[in-house]
Design a protein around this ligand. Structure first.
Ligand SMILES: C[S@@+](CC[C@H](N)C(=O)[O-])C[C@H]1O[C@@H](n2cnc3c(N)ncnc32)[C@H](O)[C@@H]1O
Length: 250
C-alpha cells in the first residue's frame, strides 16, 4: 500500500469517526422489515468503504456494493465476509445480470447525481436490478432545508495522534440547478515528520424536494412509500438536511 493511499484512508476514517454506522444500518433494517420483511439480498449503490455493507451482512443479508472510487473499494476489501462483495462501477450505467430484494444508497450518494439524465438512468437501472416489489431506499439533501439554512464556509480540524486534518469547505450555490458545489481544501499533516499533503476536492451536490422525487419515481416505475427525516423518521421540515425516501418497484 503506498503512502498517499494510507494517508487517504486514515483521513477518511478520521473524518467520519463520529458517524454512527450501526445506528444507520439498524434504521435501514427497520425500514426493510416494515416495507418488505422477507428481503434477503441488498444492492448497495455508492458503497464507499463498505461499512453499511458489512453491518448488513452481520444481520444476515447478502450484499453487493458498487462504487466508482477504487480508493474506497480498496479500503472496503481489507475486511472479509463471505456474504459481502464489491464491484467498481458507476451507478448511472451498471449491468450486473442479477436482481436484488432491496437497493440502498446511503449518505447522500444520489445527491451526487446533479443532472436529470443521470438520475433517470440510475433509477431505471435500479428498477431493472430489483425483484418483484423490491425497495429502493436512499437519503438526499432536502431543498427546503438548503434554502432555509444556506450553506456557509466552514473549517473542520481533526487529529488522531498520527495525523492532523484541516478541512476547509467553501460552498457555491447554483439555485437554478438545485446544486451546491462544495469545494474542499484538505491539509493532512503527518504529526511525526510534520510533512503536509494537500487534497483539493469538488463535490457538486443536488438537493431535492418531495414532489421532484415523486415525479422521478413515477417516471421510472416506482411507488413512493415513505418520506421521512433520515434516522429519526420525523416529518421533513426546513431543518431537515437529510431526507430518506422509500420507493417500491411497481
Ligand atoms: C458520501 S460517500 C458515501 C459512501 C457510503 N455510502 C457511506 O455511507 O459511507 C458518497 C459515495 O458515492 C460514490 N459515488 C458518487 N457518485 C457515484 C457514481 N456515479 N457511481 C458510483 N459511486 C458513486 C462516491 O465515490 C462516494 O464513495
Amino acid at each position: 500500500m503506498n503512502e498517499n493511499f494510507k494517508l487517504y484512508s486514515q483521513y477518511y476514517d478520521l473524518l467520519y469517526q463520529d458517524k454512527n454506522y450501526i445506528l444507520e444500518t439498524n434504521y435501514v433494517i427497520g425500514l426493510i422489515e416494515t416495507y418488505r420483511p422477507k428481503s434477503k439480498t441488498i444492492l448497495e449503490l455508492g458503497a464507499g468503504t463498505g461499512k453499511h455493507a458489512f453491518l448488513l451482512a452481520n444481520k444476515g443479508y447478502t450484499v453487493l456494493g458498487i462504487e466508482r472510487s477504487e480508493d474506497m473499494i480498496a479500503i472496503a476489501n481489507q475486511k472479509k465476509n463471505a456474504n459481502v462483495s464489491f464491484e467498481i462501477a458507476d451507478i448511472t450505467k451498471f449491468n450486473l445480470n442479477q436482481t436484488f430484494d432491496v437497493a440502498t444508497s446511503l449518505f447522500h450518494v444520489i445527491s451526487y447525481l446533479t443532472d436529470n439524465e443521470s438520475l433517470l438512468q440510475t433509477f431505471k437501472n435500479v428498477h431493472q436490478h430489483l425483484n418483484k416489489d423490491g425497495l429502493f431506499i436512499f437519503d438526499v439533501w432536502h431543498s427546503p432545508a438548503v434554502y432555509h439554512q444556506i450553506p456557509e464556509k466552514r473549517t473542520k480540524v481533526l487529529q488522531n495522534g498520527t495525523i492532523e486534518v484541516i478541512r476547509k469547505a467553501d460552498p457555491v450555490i447554483y439555485s437554478e440547478k438545485n446544486v451546491v458545489e462544495v469545494n474542499y481544501d484538505i491539509a493532512i499533516t503527518n504529526l511525526t515528520n510534520k510533512s503536509t499533503n494537500t487534497i483539493v476536492e469538488k463535490h457538486p451536490m443536488r438537493h431535492f424536494s418531495k414532489p421532484e422525487i415523486e415525479l422521478l419515481a413515477y417516471a421510472t416505475g416506482f411507488n413512493l412509500l415513505g418520506t421521512e427525516e433520515f434516522l429519526t423518521g420525523s416529518i421533513p421540515s426546513t431543518n431537515t438536511w437529510g431526507v430518506c425516501y422509500i420507493l417500491q418497484k411497481i
